[in-house]
Design a protein around this ligand. Sequence first.
Ligand SMILES: [Zn+2]
Length: 430
Amino acid sequence: MEQSIIYVKSRTGEPLMPTRRHSKVWYWLRKGLARVVCREPLTIQLRFETTGYIQPVTVGVDTGAQAVGLAAVANEEVLLQAEVHLRTDIKQKLDQRRKSRRTRRSRKTRYRPARFANRRRPAGWLPPSLRSSAEATLRAVRWVATVLPVRQVNVEIASFDTQKLQNPEITGEQYQHGELHGYLVREYVLHKWRHRCAYCGATEMPLQLEHIIPKARGGSERVSNLALACEACNLKKGTQTAVEFGFPQVQAQAKLPLKAAAHVSSMKTAIVGALREQFGHDQVCLAYGYETKYTRIQRLGLPKSHTNDAVAIACRMGEVVKPSPLVFQLRCIPRGNYQLYNGKRSEHKIWAPKKVQGWKLYELVEAKGHVGYIGGRRLKGAFVVKDPLTSKTLVEVTPRKLVRVSRPVHGWMLTRLSFEAKEERASSSA
Ligand SMILES: [Zn+2]
């Protein structure tokens, strides 16, 4: 089996190229020529001067609403792959806070001047849930840049590039009918018909590109002759035109080119802006979903996952890499519980200490053959150990039996997610 990667930092703390030469690393550690600065992922810092020979590392970022894929690629090799699971509880928590404050205000209290209209949102303001996601994404990229010499960051910001599709309706026939173009057209038509069947409005099922005037009857390959249909509608329509099929409005709508530019969310704009500030304007490249899809399927032959998308995003044109078998999983967690009182009228002071018998919440532990995090602590009695991925209770065990694996840093729990474990999980649930 191939040996796992050890990350290396220079004497001054700058990231160097990682190594797979374990025996060399153990030799350095034994002789005191290096020290371990992080155990997971294993990172060492050298105590002697080196030439600092580095190859530029490219990071691919697949942004998402719930999970972010990260991959660092250099020299046709994947050096680090991670999946960041973002927090999804922000909105619910803020709603709860708003509710609590509202009830507090309606109680008999001293006069408070109205202050609801004197707040102004600063430029670049994001809703708290998006801000949390954007900050977690940035934190993850910066974390990668602390262990690897990152020189370029590719971020996927939209599913297709509108500039490449200027007047696609008109220039359709002049286009090269290359494979990549097919992917571009597909994303464009999906967006134009809002990911639903043009005839029955069905979503949540595989949709096919369909010729409004069938090719057999002289219909063109132009984008203005393409619509989306579910398989049932497509079969039913057969060789009829949309008008004959009873949908003249589809034919009319298809003729109108899409005016609005591909929507780039404010969160992605914020992420790209912050990355450009850190890595330099030219070091941050924008990627589009159709290119990613093309690279992932046609050139790399990988199944869909956040990390595989990230690998495809990080690849340069023509580069073919294999994903690494090891994927780190970073699950974002709250920094702490700041609630002071609970009860119907906030009459109970919360006395729970930060540590119970020396243990904090969210510490990774090993107990009875399971590795999980501390999800619940009782002053007298068993602790609850939960699964880092699913938050399901694994075991309840007395704190004496716990063995600490790691404490959360950077605001996330870091666990390994190898493909064997994933398959195991899949087969055990099946
Ligand atoms: Zn349909």
